[in-house]
Design a binder for this molecule. Sequence first.
Ligand code: CP
Length: 278
Amino acid sequence: MEEVLARGGNDQLKGKIMATLFFEPSTRTRFSFETAMLRLGGSVISNPDMMATSSLRKMESLIDTGKTVSRMADIIVMRHPEAGTVHELATSSIVPVLNAGDGPAEHPTQALLDVYTIWKEKGRLDGLTIGMVGDLKNGRVPHSQCRLLKHFEVKFVFVSPEALKMPDDIVQELKENSREMRVTENIEEAISEMDVIGMTRVQKERFSSEEEYKKYAGIFVLDVELMKRAKSDAIVIHPLPRVDEISVDVDSDPRAKYFDQVHNGVVLRMALLSKILT
Ligand code: CP
């Protein structure tokens, strides 16, 4: 698939239509899905602001929205600020529905591209120590990463304040899969054992108030000084967007892979769309 992308795509999905229904802001995920579909020769119908401009404004339900859009498109990609809503719409859809992020719950295709990035960079998953740093309570990406990586022989190191720790149900899943894990608030000490430094943003939009958010904003910042403590062959990943949790100076460090992830996301989504629609 990387070769197909390098050649500029093909007409594998000519005649197929993907609908992107975004109820929450996005730069990467929507453009990435749309790029993937277009590179495969398919077409896209899109509403990047469903909250403001779709018929939900006229009290139409998500169920009826699913029934309607799935009678026009061959596949639906949806993002929504509330957990479980993508599943809700999918129950009424007659075509596949892909979760592009549902509130603080899950972001499965981001996790897939993260795991693809790790495998591409490190050549393996088994035996790696994977760090997840930041807002592990509200960050849907670390949740989905855990649900994928629990199937591999990896060690998890969770770095967060107690109030933003990884949810208990996910920790329980990792235990049931006999995964080794360590929980700490000390990134200076923990970073040296990580093969993968997975940074995440404090999810401002999930906090009840600005005051509450400010208690945690800027709590972990990966900068050039901190990178001196990291392994020479570690990689830094981040789903983006970033706020201040990775200093811009780190971008030129060859271990920084977060913009390479954007390319990997297109490739991964091309593979996914191809698999589902052919
Ligand atoms: N990684 C990610 O979900 O980015 P966007 O919010 O820009 O789609």
